[in-house]
Design a protein around this ligand. Structure first.
Ligand code: GLV
Ligand code: MN
Ligand code: MN
Length: 408
């Protein structure tokens, strides 16, 4: 029923945009690459018979009317931006599955009661500004002008990047949807883990998502001559940071599901013969349980403070983004199971370790996700891959899920 070949060809064509020599994809928000990706998907939305527009934050939206144009809309989609040197499925599969489902409905002449909108959210990953889910925050009405002050590695603020992309940051509130205007949000996404592969199943039904907390640690010591400063007289920011990294690993490993990652690390001034005077690093800390994550965070902060005090170092910890864990709607989960059953697919419940745009919509509407099996569980890496058959299975489950959700 869904056109596997068409979906796959589109995925592969989109994967040419932002392709790196490594074969990975870098498509950061508000760049020419992201613009090109949106333009291409816009064409496919038009081919699918959708009415296309972009909102005040650059979310690309394709609408298919229902019998009742005034009814609350069903939203389905994902994002087109990537991490640095990421894969071709994280995001694009969800957006293109939703386009495919809409095209199939039009080809089959199916009518729904509610309108359905396909959405490609602006900047889900947060790779450029260390602050993500920009499009979904705007849609939920929670994005603030203060948050648009966050900068990329060249010092460009989100505000500036939006202006360069032809958007007016003062108008972000126009992207917000009112409560009651959105009936549900559903997203197809690759699992990015190994549960489905180990179970031998193409799709899974997401029960909940771990909440990411992103912190930036800055440790200030005393830069000085590496040859003339005795070991007992140093305030080496890097050695202090190294101790904190050990604490992060130790404290996260005490918990069953908590994960902590230091993915960016900078040493200043960065000379072979200079004692590091300043170190900056990020921490990405996640758990499906908010209390557990908070306890781990507190333990890390306390011990980091003690380490710095003992070494005569100054410590600053800045919150880059703090997203609570989310439970998916049980009604939507049941609808996805019914869709799987209609297709003769067995599906199992899965938890998302990754963050997704639906987290921002939690107070706007019920949210749900359909996961597609990932090869070797690899993601945020050029080797990310899901088979054409599994991608089509995800799109088919989405088709049936949307049909049901869009029926009054
Ligand atoms: C996005 O993929 C995230 O979970 O960081
Ligand atoms: Mn994603
Ligand atoms: Mn991702």
């Amino acid at each position: 029923m869904v056109n596997q070949e068409r979906l796959w060809q589109r995925l592969m064509a989109l994967g040419e945009i932002g392709k790196q020599p490594s074969g990975g994809i870098t498509r950061l928000s508000f760049t020419a690459e992201e613009r090109a990706a949106k333009n291409l998907v816009r064409q496919w939305m038009i081919e699918a018979g959708l009415a296309v527009r972009e909102d005040a934050v650059g979310n690309l939206i394709g609408r298919r009317e229902g019998r009742d144009a005034g009814a609350a809309v069903v939203l389905a989609g994902s994002h087109l931006d990537s991490v640095l040197n990421g894969g071709n499925f994280d995001g694009p599969l969800g957006a293109l599955s939703a386009v495919e489902a809409m095209q199939c409905m039009n080809e089959a002449g199916v009518q729904t009661d509610r309108p359905i909108e396909v959405i490609a959210f602006t900047d889900e990953e947060g790779a450029r500004f260390r602050f993500g889910m920009i499009g979904s925050r705007a849609l939920a009405g929670t994005l603030t002008l203060d948050e648009l002050e966050a900068t990329d590695s060249d010092g460009v603020r989100i505000l500036d990047a939006m202006r360069q992309a032809g958007l007016n940051p003062a108008k972000i509130s126009e992207a917000a949807r009112s409560k009651g205007s959105v009936h549900a949000y559903v997203e197809v996404h690759i699992e990015q883990g190994k549960v489905l592969e180990q179970a031998g199943l193409p799709v899974g039904v997401v029960t909940g998502l771990a909440g990411p907390l992103w912190l930036k640690f800055t440790i200030i010591g005393q830069a000085s001559h590496a040859g003339t400063t005795p070991m007992s007289m140093r305030h080496d920011a890097l050695v202090g940071a190294a101790e904190i990294l050990q604490v992060i690993e130790h404290e996260t490993r005490k918990e069953e599901r908590t994960v902590g990652t230091v993915g960016q690390f900078s040493v200043f001034p960065g000379g072979v013969n200079i004692i590091p005077g300043r170190v900056e690093f990020t921490l990405d800390l996640r758990d499906v349980d908010a209390d557990t994550r908070q306890n781990v965070e507190l333990r890390i902060r306390q011990q980091a403070r003690q380490i710095c005090d003992a070494r005569g170092l100054a410590l600053d910890v800045q919150v880059l983004q703090d997203i609570d864990p989310v439970h998916c709607s049980v009604d939507i989960q049941n609808t996805v199971y019914e869709a799987c059953a209609a297709l003769g697919l067995k599906a199992i419940p899965v938890v998302s370790g990754a963050g997704h745009d639906c987290m921002q919509l939690r107070d706007l509407c019920p949210v749900g996700m359909i996961f597609v099996r990932s090869k070797d569980g690899v993601s945020h890496h050029p080797d990310e891959w899901s088979s054409p058959e599994d991608c089509a299975a995800g799109a088919a489950v989405l088709y049936h899920t949307l049909l049901k959700l869009a029926t009054v």
